[in-house]
Design a protein around this ligand. Structure first.
Ligand code: UT7
Length: 332
């Protein structure tokens, strides 16, 4: 039997920091309000000429280097993003592949908003277990500043830019195998979090589409309530299904949307503070990039060790949600 192993991690964040203080000069808000309601202190913003593919490429370079693989051994690249370099095509995955100098590969993007990383992890697992591919580069990359309305205080305080990448490889060692992944979606909640303009469902006609903004809009408070409910239910289900107790989870790595959501889910699961990975304070919400960026943080701090069990949990526009039980399985 062939299994899928989570071999390596990498991440990249742009240099520029946008603090709560900076935002309070742009919209009617304050450091106190943002900190209390979200836990966010600052977020990163990409330069004008720095595209989502540039962020993804830098994260990917690190993940490839740490995997010990030669570039030529990578046979597929999948990118999760809601802020691609170009609307519709070409895919950001194809652009990243070329920037990395990868050849003879399959490359495509998927759109599952903040759950994107868990979706691409499930795609990689399926391709590997079916024997179709051997070494897959998955990337969550976002330049959310390009779809954020900086005159809307209810959204602009939340989002930031960044990227995270991982290598998922075939193995015959069951101890290294990704244990389980759950994914779900329900379009009846589509209007809670969306970019209403610019697509074929938009109210704008073809000419207007050129100038129509692709800014995100969110019904924050309603999204918050569905998020806590769905995330908790999903995590309980994946743990029960696999007979895994809370205490066996070394690192709970949730999507970093809001400290209060993470705290509510962590408390419902009776997790200890040291089990919960938090980066929301310094990066804000980076959608599909938030989970791999958080994994990279604990890797670089030296607190993520070989064979330790990680639990991922995410929720986002669509609505989409997902969870995954993943042992960290580097070669060395
Ligand atoms: O990543 C994908 C999923 N996304 C999420 O999970 C995000 C979920 N939602 C949230 O994180 C929270 O709902 C927010 C942080 C977006 C908002 O926090 P909230 O506690 O739900 O606030 P609210 O929307 O109920 O607004 C409370 C008040 C309102 O004023 P009134 O009507 O009570 O006078 C807002 O106008 O806070 C006001 N407000 C602000 N005040 C200062 C909204 N945004 C701001 C702001 N600064 N930035």
């Amino acid at each position: 039997m062939t299994y899928a192993a989570f071999r390596s991690i990498g991440a990249y964040v742009p240099e520029k920091i946008l603090s709560n203080e900076d935002l309070s000069k742009m919209v009617d808000t304050s450091d106190e309000w943002i900190t209390k309601r979200t836990g966010i202190k600052e977020r990163r913003i990409a330069a004008k000429n720095e595209h989502t593919s540039d962020l993804g490429m830098k994260a990917a370079e690190l993940a490839i280097k740490r995997s010990g693989l030669d570039k030529d051994e990578i046979d597929m690249v999948v990118c999760a993003t809601i802020s691609p370099d170009y609307f519709c095509m070409p895919s950001t995955a194809a652009i990243i592949s070329t920037k990395l100098g990868l050849k003879n590969i399959t490359a495509f993007d998927i759109s599952a908003a903040c759950t994107g990383f868990i979706y691409i992890l499930s795609i990689a697992k399926a391709f590997i277990e079916s024997g179709m591919k051997k070494n897959i580069l998955i990337i969550g990359a976002e330049k959310l500043s390009s779809i954020t309305d900086y005159s809307d205080r209810s959204t602009c305080i939340l989002f930031g830019d960044g990227a995270g990448a991982a290598i998922i490889s075939a193995t015959d060692n069951k101890d290294e195998a990704i244990i389980d992944i759950h994914t779900g979606a329900d379009g009846k909640y589509a209007d809670l979090l969306m970019t209403p303009n610019g697509g074929s469902g938009s109210a704008h006609d073809a000419i207007d589409q050129e100038t129509a903004s692709c800014f995100m809009q969110m019904k924050g408070n309603e999204t918050f309530k569905v998020a806590v409910r769905t995330l908790t239910k999903d995590v309980v289900e994946i743990l029960n299904k696999n007979n895994i107790e809370n205490k066996s989870i070394k690192h709970f790595i949730p999507h970093q949307a809001n400290y209060r959501i993470i705290k509510a889910v962590g408390d419902a699961l009776k997790l200890k503070d040291e089990q919960v990975v938090l980066t929301v304070e310094k990066y804000g919400n980076t959608s599909s990039a938030s989970i791999p960026m958080a994994i990279n943080d604990i890797y670089e701090q030296g607190t993520l060790k070989k064979c330790e069990l990680m639990l991922f949990d995410a929720f986002g526009g669509g609505l989409t949600w997902g969870s995954a039980l993943v042992p960290f399985a580097p070669i060395k």
